[in-house]
Ligand binder design. Sequence first.
Ligand code: NAP
Length: 357
Amino acid sequence: MHFRVGILGATGAVGQTFVRLLHDHPWFEIAALAASDRSAGKPYRTAASWQSGTPIPESVAEQTVHPTEPGALAGCDFVFSGLSSSVAGDVEADFARAGFPVISNAKNYRMQADVPLLIPEVNADHSVLIEEQDWGGDGFVVTNPNCSTVGLVCALRPLVGAFAPEAVQVTMLQAISGAGYPGVPSLDIMGNVIPHISGEEDKLTREPKKILGTVRDGRIDEADLAVSAQCNRVPVRDGHTACVSVRFADAVGPDAVREALQDYRSPLTAEDLPSVPDTFLHVFDEPDAPQPQRHVHAGGGMTVSVGRIQPCPVNDVKFVVLSHNTVRGAAGGAILNAEQLAREGYIRSRTETPASA
Ligand code: NAP
């Protein structure tokens, strides 16, 4: 498989993670980088304030950043979007109407009834919603969830299969990189906790119900799950930590939860899709794990870590979940979505000349 891809919002925190993860991807070749008018026309090295932790890939460093217009990315088979939500709604619609598959990180279309909110290990069957979309051609939009929702839902998935969770309380400790670049001013976050992230609690309340819902007749019946969320920005660079407490319809204890999480096997392997990690969920027994500084890079940032599984005197069981917000929660998750959609045939080459032509 070989596809030429464009990255919208290529200069941002998520866009840079796309570049880092894609520059040596076996299926996807970075064909075009796009960003705002502030960046268009500049070499990528100059336009992006490279923060990604590894050297900027030489293969893209001198590429000229394109304006964010479908015509400028005509040589791409599909686009990833790491666009600010302030512009993603209109821009992603323009690209979908121009016939592009748009694999987005932005919030704008996540809750639209015909748009999959996809995590391939959790709800791969939701991709059929693409067939309900009508942008006037072959284009479509697929989204990945909010970076906090991702870790929570990955940990809930085995529990939904084994038991009947009916209510979840989650307190999020969210990394600074979740606010993009340059993000939160240093004087606001150094030595501090900010107990408000605009719109985040609403996303955590709504998105899990859609993701864990069931597709029927081209629509999703949402899961019957109450979620109460509190979101805090904390002085951590990468990695969102979720302190979760779950109430089940029938009595379930920590041993059963641990067993369900440990025994859960992802329906996908690295042989199916290149970005599938060897371990989907890693369960810690150590009393002080998981921690962002030690464990956020597990599985290249695609493994979700769970620990501190204990009885909860208010609900039934409580535990802690850690996931990488710009990898599993953004660019890595979106790349996995694109791999799944390519394997299913939803993403096709727009640029190859048929052999018979
Ligand atoms: P960011 O660092 O602020 O980057 C935003 C990107 O959008 C930049 O490349 C910027 O280009 C581009 N952009 C802004 N205005 C534009 C315009 N008018 N036209 C074209 N491009 C424009 O944000 P981020 O953290 O990477 O987040 C990107 C998206 O992913 C957001 O929707 C966010 O909610 C979502 N998300 C982020 C995370 C995370 O952990 N950071 C996780 C999940 C989802 P310039 O550099 O040229 O301004």
